[in-house]
Design a protein around this ligand. Structure first.
Ligand code: ZN
Length: 291
């Protein structure tokens, strides 16, 4: 029997944001009316061309969008997944403020009600960043992420911030990828690791974590050869990998070396330039990939 089934009717769900810091404490509880899900965790790696946009629907129906891609194509993708009457996205996360991750989020804030914004504030003065500063004010709450923050998505699923480097507000950031927000989605015994555009430096820091393992990996930086190194793959030990990449992109992503590394480890991969939007469905134990 396929894992996928139709979402049920609307009702109220509890949504809470926990910050697990040194002493650990529950920061706040906020109730948000949203959809009741189908008891499964859905992750869509959206085909938005050359950029990242990942949509999550938790087992209880809460929805999270990680990055928005390079333009408004994310709206069309969301329109295919979300029912027309659902105009609320519970949380959007901006991993780092490069246009191919950010531009579509500005469009989402223009077109949807957004409960929370989760981001890592990085000094940035591009046109997109200036617009983002304005548009994110429409969200109910803007949260600056810290390592160890856990967002309870409901229905047993959590999103945990595993990497967020603080940037000095006055200093210019040489490579925003070193500050990218990295999150891990956990449900039952299954995890999905979202690597944003993280490169070797961040991978090396994360690889030192003995609990980094994740069955599913969204590879860093669209399959660039500066990411997804052997040591990192070994630490994550994924079964499946997902590459968000535009067809015939000018960067030559994904790099053949990365494909070779994945092949060497026997990791099956999906890429949005070839497979289009790819849906991963989890029930805490089993998985299904829907193309
Ligand atoms: Zn980037």
């Amino acid at each position: 029997m396929p894992l996928v089934s139709e979402p049920r009717k609307t009702s109220k769900l509890e949504w809470c944001f926990l910050a697990i810091l040194a002493a650990s404490a529950v920061l706040s509880f906020v109730a948000i009316p949203t959809l009741v899900g189908d008891g499964l965790l859905h992750v869509w790696f959206l085909d938005v061309g050359q950029g990242d946009a990942i949509f999550i629907e938790a087992p209880g129906g809460n929805q999270v969008l990680i990055d928005g891609g390079p333009d408004n194509s994310v709206l069309q993708e969301l329109g295919r997944i979300m029912p027309f009457y659902d105009r609320l996205i519970d949380m959007v996360m901006l991993s780092h403020p490069h246009a191919d991750h950010l531009r579509g989020l500005i469009e989402v804030l223009r077109n949807y009600e957004v409960g929370k914004v989760l981001e890592n504030r990085i000094p940035c003065d591009t046109a997109e960043c200036l617009e983002w500063e304005q548009s994110k004010q429409k969200a109910g709450e803007v949260i600056e992420a810290g390592v160890g923050d856990v967002i309870n998505l409901g229905g047993g699923a959590t999103l945990r911030v595993v990497y967020a480097r603080e940037a000095d507000a006055r200093a210019s950031v040489k490579n925003a990828h070193d500050y990218a927000l990295i999150a891990k989605l956990d449900y039952g015994g299954q995890s999905v690791l979202f690597m944003s555009d993280a490169e070797k430096k961040v991978e090396q820091i994360l690889a030192a974590d003995p609990n980094l393992q994740a069955k599913f990996l969204k590879v860093g930086h669209h399959g660039s050869k500066t990411s997804t190194y052997e040591d990192f793959i070994e630490a994550v030990n994924p079964l499946l990998a997902f590459i968000e990449v535009g067809s015939r992109n000018s960067y030559g992503f994904p790099h053949p070396e990365v494909i070779e590394r994945l092949d060497d480890f026997g990791i099956k991969y999906y890429r949005t330039d070839i497979d289009g939007t790819v849906e991963l469905v989890l029930d805490g134990k089993n998985y299904e990939v829907v193309k």
